[in-house]
Write a protein that binds this ligand. Structure first.
Ligand code: 6CS
Length: 283
């Protein structure tokens, strides 16, 4: 192989290596324009009031979609189109391009922050237990569940409560995946689970509608953190996320953010007193 040919070969290989190693996650700076042209943003929700809700008429509401709808409107995207997903399937769905954003109360945690581009905080809440009246098993924490080998806990698949239970030492076969609130209540009433765990506002919403005198709420669950969600965007869509954050900050500043979320029971102050950086770093 002549030197010149070898050198040009070597040069092209090193150039190729340089290009590949420098290539950022495919930044999609015109994602916002795509959504404007599309006329709506496809959002993932769980249908867990008051975070997210789908009415009998198909209307999407809940604090997270209401905030997202208002912000997308200000960005020139006319509306949102929601699809219901299990929490554990939301991030894979976003990464596969089935959603443009997750606006569902998907709490910020380091492992999730590594997988998506979160906005600044939107909805904060503590964790709760729904259980038998009088709390006969004296369940105040996920550790109490772990310490009693007879106790079965229900929680959303891929959700925070499932992870908290497993981290507290509850064996996998005593953590029962519950697809939605109604199912969780029924399983509790039928004795298939001894405790059902969701965020406080979700449990309170369920219990207020169930109006079952044989059940009660323990809130907050001892030892569990207060979590906050943000809207979650695909890695590479940081330009869209940043545009969302600009409008979110204006909403917070003007008081309109509080007007949207506080009727649902959420605290604007809680979301405004923390940041994505702090929440994504929290252990
Ligand atoms: O982020 C989560 O995993 C949790 N968020 C809500 C609003 N409900 C349950 C879920 O596990």
């Amino acid at each position: 192989m002549k030197i010149t040919h070898f050198m040009s070969m070597a040069a092209s290989v090193s150039t190729l290596v340089a290009v590949l190693s420098a290539a950022p996650a495919a930044a999609d700076d015109d994602k916002l324009q795509q959504l404007k042209d599309q006329g709506f943003a496809r959002i993932a929700i769980a249908n867990e009031p008051p975070f997210t809700a789908v009415g009998a008429d198909g209307k999407v509401s809940g604090a997270a979609p209401d905030v997202a709808r208002e912000i997308f409107k200000r960005l020139g995207v006319a509306d949102v189109a929601a699809s219901i997903s299990e929490y554990g399937a939301m991030i894979p769905g976003l990464q596969a391009g089935r959603h443009d954003a997750i606006t569902a109360g998907l709490f910020m945690k380091p492992e999730r922050c590594a997988a998506v581009a979160y906005s600044e905080p939107v909805l904060c809440d503590a964790e709760a237990f729904a259980l038998k009246k009088g709390n006969p098993l004296k369940l105040m924490s996920y550790k109490d569940v772990a310490d009693n080998p007879d106790v079965k806990i229900g929680a959303p698949g891929g959700g925070t409560e499932e992870k908290l239970a497993l981290e507290a030492g509850v064996p996998r076969d005593r953590v029962i995946v519950v697809p939605d609130g109604q199912s969780g209540l029924k399983m509790l009433q039928d004795g298939r689970i001894d405790v059902y765990s969701l965020p406080v506002l979700s449990i309170n919403d369920l219990m207020s509608k169930a109006n079952d005198p044989n059940l009660e709420v323990v809130a907050p669950v001892e030892g569990a953190p207060v979590y906050c969600d943000g809207a979650a965007f695909k890695k590479g869509d940081e330009a869209l996320r940043d545009a969302f954050d600009v409008e979110l900050a204006k909403l917070k500043e003007s008081g309109e953010f509080a007007k949207i979320i506080e009727p649902y029971g959420f605290s604007a102050k809680a979301a405004m007193s923390t940041t994505r950086e702090k929440l994504c770093a929290a252990k």
